[in-house]
Write a protein that binds this ligand. Structure first.
Ligand code: COI
Length: 362
């Protein structure tokens, strides 16, 4: 189905950030946003692009009390010829479907999502940055805004897409990367079997903030979560999936427990490593095995993968307040190669031999 998306342009365009090297992550928002509404029995309606602005919400809206919401994270990239492309948007659509199913929220048809996404990016196409390590971060989200205190799925929802010109999530050096220190969280947990760990919902992140405070106390950028049952096996990092290079193998937590976010970058990393002939395993990996590998010199690299994080090498794990350096604490060769390939493909400076890029046609 084709959708006409009406666009109301802002009368007050904001100045765009002048220095693209200081964008940071989601500090600035563009001039427009995509909005649509859902009513039970009527489906999605009233889709439009309008000026990005605060909006009114009834204080008794269900989402403000019971957190029935979901979000996605994706990016648009400026190519050297000035055109703009997305990266694997079909994967975001598929993950959004699974999240909505888990949260008893209405599915967003893929073609309607793409029509809204294209319309809002086109309205703000001048905001897509072209500087080193930059992109336009895209945040689609949905929430139940029915006025109700019943602990039941809402009958009315709002779906929005907002955009932010963005730099690196963690600070980057000239080669695009630097190493971070990560806190191994062995008290609080992120997700248990049967919970919402595999879904992209705010509660997974809100519930993790107490743990992030521990990380900050130990001068760490983020948390490495352990499994809920035994506090033994590595799961994921606060904002991203985690990969461990031990000997000549790359290991990441498997998705079958339902506690790991199925990252699009995670999937891309697994496919690229497989294509390059590097052994990659989705298996349970205990923190004890990582410490043992560090001691016997076989722990070569740890890195995070995510839309915001891209590929973020980890130089140190803080375990129970003690720092454990990962190899020489510097950016590893696999992480750098993955970053160069992924960000290169996304920005059109490296050949896309995987068929993952999605040119927008403007
Ligand atoms: C993303 O990488 O898009 C995310 O949603 C992570 C975010 C929590 C910073």
């Amino acid at each position: 189905m084709t959708y006409e998306i009406p666009v109301t342009k802002t009368q007050n365009p904001k100045p765009r950030p002048a220095d693209e090297s200081k964008l940071g992550f989601a500090k600035y928002f563009t001039d427009h946003m995509f909005v649509m509404e859902y009513d039970e029995g009527k489906g999605w309606h009233s889709w439009r692009v309008e000026p990005h602005a605060p909006f009114l919400i009834e204080p008794a809206s269900a989402v403000l009390h019971y957190a029935q919401m979901m979000f996605e994270g994706m990016k648009a990239y400026r190519k050297p010829d000035g055109s703009i492309q997305l990266f694997r948007p079909d994967m975001n659509i598929a993950r959004m479907k699974n999240t909505c199913e888990r949260m008893c929220m209405p599915e967003v048809p893929g073609d309607l999502f793409m029509a809204g996404l294209k319309a809002v990016i086109e309205a703000d196409k001048d905001w897509v940055p072209s500087g080193k390590n930059t992109s336009l971060y895209i945040r689609p989200f949905m929430f139940g805004d029915e006025v109700s205190f019943s602990v039941l799925p809402a009958k009315h929802y709002k779906f929005m897409i907002i955009l932010s010109p963005t730099g690196s999530y963690y600070a980057a050096n000239d080669a695009g990367l630097t190493t971070a220190r990560i806190y191994v969280q062995d008290t609080y947990i992120r997700a248990a079997r049967g919970g919402t760990g595999y879904a992209k919902v705010g509660g997974n992140y809100g519930g993790g903030m107490r743990a992030s405070q521990d990380a900050i106390r130990y001068n760490c950028k983020d948390v490495l979560w352990l499994d809920a049952a035994e506090h033994k096996y590595v799961e994921e990092i606060g904002t991203s999936n985690a990969f461990f290079v031990i000997g000549d193998e790359v290991i990441t937590a498997p998705l079958d427990s339902g506690t790991i976010l199925p990252g699009i970058t995670r999937n891309s990393v697994i496919q690229l490593l497989t294509k390059w002939g590097i052994k990659v395993f989705e298996r349970k990996l205990s923190i004890d095995e990582i410490v043992a590998a560090s001691k016997d010199g076989t722990l070569k690299e740890i890195f995070a993968s995510g839309t915001a994080a891209v590929i973020s090498p980890i130089g140190w794990l803080n375990i129970k307040g003690e720092d454990m350096q990962v190899a020489d604490g510097k950016v590893g060769t696999i992480a750098q190669r993955l970053y160069d390939k992924l960000y290169g493909m996304q920005t059109g400076v490296v050949e896309d031999d995987m068929g993952w890029t999605y040119p927008l046609g403007f």
